[in-house]
Structure formats: C-alpha cells, structure tokens
Design a protein around this ligand. Sequence first.
Ligand SMILES: Nc1ncnc2c1ncn2[C@@H]1O[C@H](COP(=O)(O)OP(=O)(O)OP(=O)(O)O)[C@@H](O)[C@H]1O
Length: 307
Amino acid sequence: MTTTTLVAAKALTKRFGTFEAVRGIDVEVRRGEAFGFLGLNGAGKSSTMRMVSCTSPRTGGELRVLGMDPDTDGPRIRARLGVVPQQDNLDTELTVRQNLEVYGRYFGLSRAAVRAKAGELMEFAQLTDRADAEVEPLSGGMKRRLTIARSLVNDPELLLLDEPTTGLDPQARHLLWDRLFRLKQAGVTLIITTHYMDEAEQLCDRLVVMDGGRIAAEGSPAELIRRYSTREVLELRFPPGQQSAAAVHDLAERVEVLPDRVLLYTADGEAALSAAHARGVRPVSSLVRRSSLEDVFLRLTGRTLVD
Ligand SMILES: Nc1ncnc2c1ncn2[C@@H]1O[C@H](COP(=O)(O)OP(=O)(O)OP(=O)(O)O)[C@@H](O)[C@H]1O
C-alpha cells in the first residue's frame, strides 16, 4: 500500500451468521478521488462502508484505512474520517448551529474553534439563514446538507457517504452534488455508495459495480461503458404483448428484452432503427440514446437499477 492509497481491501468479507453479505472484495481507493460503490439494495455496499468506517468488524480478509487496521486503530482512524450514514441521525430538537457545535465538541475543539467552524460549515451547506432554526422542520435536502456539514467538523481526509441523495427531489440532489464537487476540489477523498447510475456518473472518478456481495466490474464510468456497452442504444416500445425481439435480434450487437421495452446495443442507433422500419417493425415509440452506466449494470447483473 502506498501513501496515496487511503483504503486497501483484499478478500474483504462480512458474514452475518452463515450469510455472506460481502464476499471477498478487493478495493483500492486513492487520495483525492471520488470512488463509488454502485449496486442495488442488498448488494453489500453499506456493509462494506461500515467496515471502512470502523463501525463493524470484518469477518475475513485484509483492510487498511489511512494506513491503519480498523481492528486495532479504530479510534485513530475515525478521528480522521467523516461519515454520512444512510439515515440522517441529527439531533432534531437542537438548532442547526447547535448540531454542528455539539459534534465539534466531541472532537475536542475549543468553544471558539467550534463556533468559527460551525459558521464556515453553515456557509458551505447553504444553511446560514437557518442557523438558529430547529432541525426537525427542515426539508430532506437541508437535513442531508447539515449531516454532511457535521461530518466535516473534524476536517476529514476521507469522507464516506452512504446513499447521499436517496429520497431527495431532483433540485435537492443537484445542490448536494454541487457541494460534493466542491469538497472534491478542496482535496477531500470521497467514497460514495449509490444505486443511482446518474449519481455515479456525475460524481465518481472510479467505481465498482457490486452485485450479491461481489465486485462485478471496476473502472471509470467512461471505461465501464466502453468495456461493457456499445456507443448507442436504440430503445423500442411495442404495444402490450406484441414486442418481438426475434424481429430485430440481428440488427444489433446485443438485444435485451425488458418487460416494457427492447434495447438494441449498436454503434449506430439511427441505422438500426431504419433497418427495423425497412423490415416492417412498427414500435409505438423509439429512442436513440448514448449508452450509460445503466446499460453496464444491466449487462453485468441482468437487472436494471430503476424498476
Ligand atoms: N446486521 C445484519 N444482520 C444480518 N444481515 C444483514 C445485516 N446487515 C445487512 N445484512 C444483509 O446483508 C446484505 C447486504 O446488506 P447491505 O446493507 O450491505 O446492502 P446495501 O448494498 O448497502 O443495500 P442497502 O442500500 O439496502 O443498504 C443484505 O442481504 C442484508 O439483509
């Protein structure tokens, strides 16, 4: 492990009784990158995050975080981490400012330092005008931003975010992504779990696709798309019960039949569409688009991320 490696896992395993939630994964997260775990619910993302955040011991394999072993150096590692859990765990009866100040005190900051830090973090989280408001009535997006602000109280080198935007509306998600970009620019290393492929594409320099506790593939979003998909995808929808993959199966490198549409993987979607029309295929609608991580995920796991 080099000094630029912040997290190194080898054959990392988590068992609950006889059930293996994480089945021997190898992962390396480097300083300054935004690294993602992409997978459906139950893939083992949170279990992995909890081992990295030193809140759940591993049951097998090796794990180093910031060069130390979570089994023996948990407190020293945690002091240099920021953790944003899947569920906000703010003190809802305290104000925005108090939430930050109380947390800062846990890290042993002086009263004056905590005050200054809280001001800076409220600015960052765009919550300054809510400083003295109680947390309970805040919107979901504001609570998330406050949870992230709170996780930054100790100036962490590594920030772990477990499904940071689940349950937020599109506007709140974009605002949050913008904040995470800023952190990245400021040199904070990010590890993000998500089941949103657009989030992974937007935020992650590198990611692993997790499925059933295993890593199915690893790379940058662009690399994964190049490796596991074609340049374009033609989506065809047919009247209920009439869709026929057989009629178009030879018009693309690969054809996927989903319950609601047929996907043709090809370098040239328009050409495939013309060819389909020429042989009398009459979809209700058609769409040519660029390949996305969604397509990579479907190829690797046989499942779609969005139902
Ligand atoms: N404490 C536990 N005891 C028993 N089984 C668990 C425990 N925690 C997680 N699991 C199981 O391990 C598997 C992986 O869960 P995990 O939470 O890591 O998945 P995930 O990819 O993060 O999904 P989610 O988004 O739902 O958290 C699931 O099948 C889950 O039911």
